[in-house]
Design a binder for this molecule. Structure first.
Ligand code: ZN
Ligand code: ZN
Ligand code: ZN
Length: 143
């Protein structure tokens, strides 16, 4: 399985462009200590400082998404979820249940040869991919 490529805090602190405001710092801490995808409200609930408001958490998350540190990880009933990108955690894909919204990680990935073929055929250098399977989870299927 692919290993994350970079230590989280070293890189983000090294980026001069990213001022480490308390919301940003704490949002990053939540994701660093919590490997599962999280909706925004859940990130907010886990912050050390409860005075940080939800809007600041949204802003911090969107900023981290634009920097490639966080990625979206599927819609659940609680809203869009986010998690660390492949640069900071092991590569995996998502199984998303269209009935209950449960998202399950699946670590199997056989797309490396496809990436190599894309590069050979088109010259495009694939750096990462994001794959989601939509369907019905075993719990919902049994109902
Ligand atoms: Zn389900
Ligand atoms: Zn995930
Ligand atoms: Zn993959």
């Amino acid at each position: 399985m692919d290993k994350p490529r970079r230590p989280l805090f070293a890189v983000t602190l090294a980026r001069g462009a990213l001022r480490q405001t308390p919301p940003r710092q704490q949002v990053l801490e939540v994701f660093a200590s919590h490997p599962e995808r999280l909706p925004v409200a859940e990130v907010h609930a886990r912050l050390r400082d409860p005075r940080i408001n939800l809007a600041s958490v949204y802003r911090a998350i969107h900023r981290f998404c634009s920097l490639g540190i966080l990625v979206t990880a599927g819609h659940v009933p609680a809203g869009q979820t986010y998690e660390l990108s492949d640069d900071y955690r092991a590569h995996h894909h998502h199984l998303i249940c269209e009935r209950c919204g449960t998202v399950t990680d699946i670590e199997e990935c056989r797309l490396k040869p496809v990436e190599r073929r894309i590069r050979r055929q088109t010259g495009f250098h694939v750096r990462r991919h994001d794959l989601r399977f939509y369907g019905v989870c075993p719990t919902c299927a049994a109902r």
